[in-house]
Design a protein around this ligand. Structure first.
Ligand SMILES: [Zn+2]
Length: 385
């Protein structure tokens, strides 16, 4: 199928599924997305789109693609990420890299999350290739959404694209999503002094400081819960999860160092840097108290909350077109980056989140035509009329 000038939906998606593009914070699993970007750029250029491939700083095998049809200010951005999560081949009943139709579904890694959306966006655009565009249609393909979000960060740094409306086709089961929490992943590192356990004065026990740190983080969580509440979320408060702890080596040795990792899920209106500073203020006094070194740092750059509006013109239009009332979700997306660039942004896609990041990931066949219809209605509304 390689080399098809303008492949139809099925051949485009099966080709995209064939090209592995796993992204991961584990370097041994991380692949890069250039082959997917090049394939998409080739097709979109043949369809008349103007294609800009934007390299990701420090990532030679990764890029974003901004493909634009028509010109002028404003316009509609249809956005997806080109990377997939890693897969567990022996838990799949299908080949993750060979799209297969069965049970009224298309199986393959990325069918739902979210290479399927590119094939659908191209299929939707195809109907209008010969029409004069009043405002541009931009198909945007990003890198690294599943790991560092370096693609979205590069776009935000460049202030591109400059659309007015953005649809991110993440799996929402066709429900418009206007809000999600943010996430910060943090690490407390404590360095004390190891020594023989028979005499506590011979060392400074990092695990004992960790105990105080844990209690303080739990008190902090209670405080956050009483300060912030948003009934638009199934879990209406910010959450703090103690995720993993590593420290010490032997019962008869004073624990010399300890490391604690936790996450914070932020509600719209909360700011990660401010939270980190607040936490530092509460935790750093333990260093002096216990005579240990203590640091609080981000494990990875945080993702801010997405605080769209349920009344925005795009959300309203999507509610009308899909028949679903807009909702919040519990997962994060690239939406806050787009929303910060001034775009009216909605997360809305054909897959279901239950199938994302799972073996035997699939896209149901009965979602295909409704998605094409929806995207075509949006293209007519924002680019043609
Ligand atoms: Zn996704």
């Amino acid at each position: 199928m390689t080399g098809t000038l303008q492949p139809d939906f099925t051949s485009a998606l099966s080709r995209l599924i064939e090209i592995p593009s796993v992204s991961s914070t584990l370097p041994e699993l991380d692949m890069g997305n250039m082959p997917v970007i090049n394939e998409l750029a080739g097709w979109l250029e043949n369809m008349g789109f103007n294609c800009e491939i934007m390299p990701i700083p420090g990532e030679p095998n990764k890029a974003n693609l901004i493909a634009t049809l028509g010109s002028g200010p404003g316009g509609l951005v249809l956005s997806g990420h080109t990377d997939t999560v890693p897969y567990n081949a022996n838990r799949w009943n299908f080949d993750p890299f060979k799209m297969q139709e069965a049970n009224n579904r298309l199986y393959g890694l990325g069918t739902c999350d979210m290479k399927g959306f590119f094939a659908l966006a191209m299929e939707a655009a195809r109907a209008y290739l010969d029409q004069p565009f009043k405002a541009p249609l931009i198909i945007l393909a990003t890198a690294d959404e599943e790991s560092s979000m370096s693609g979205a960060r590069a776009l935000a740094a460049a202030g591109k694209p400059k659309g007015r409306y953005a649809v991110i086709g993440e799996p929402t089961g066709m429900v418009p999503v206007y809000m999600h929490k943010g996430i910060m992943m943090e690490r407390v590192s404590i360095i004390g002094q190891s020594g023989h356990s028979s005499n506590p004065a011979l060392g400074r026990n990092a695990m004992e400081t960790a105990h105080k740190v844990i209690s303080e983080i739990m008190a902090y969580r209670t405080d956050l819960g009483s300060q912030y509440n948003n009934p638009g979320f199934a879990v209406p408060t910010p959450t703090v999860n103690l995720g993993c702890i590593h420290g010490g080596d032997n019962p008869n040795r004073i624990c010399g160092s300890c490391r604690l990792d936790f996450d914070v899920r932020l509600l719209p209106g909360m700011d990660s840097q401010q939270l980190r500073n607040g936490l530092r203020k509460r935790l750093l006094p333990f260093a002096e108290q216990d005579g240990v070194e203590l640091a609080l740092e981000a494990i990875s750059p945080s993702i801010e909350p997405f605080a769209g509006s349920s009344d925005s013109p795009l959300v309203k239009a999507c509610e009308e077109l899909t028949g679903y009332t807009a909702e919040s979700v519990a997962f994060t997306t690239e939406a806050p980056f787009f929303s910060d660039m001034g775009m009216d942004t909605v997360v809305l896609g054909p897959g279901d989140i239950d199938q994302a990041h799972q073996p035997d990931e699939f896209l149901a066949l009965d979602r295909i035509q409704p998605t094409i219809d929806l995207l075509q209605a949006l293209i007519r509304k924002y680019c043609l009329n």
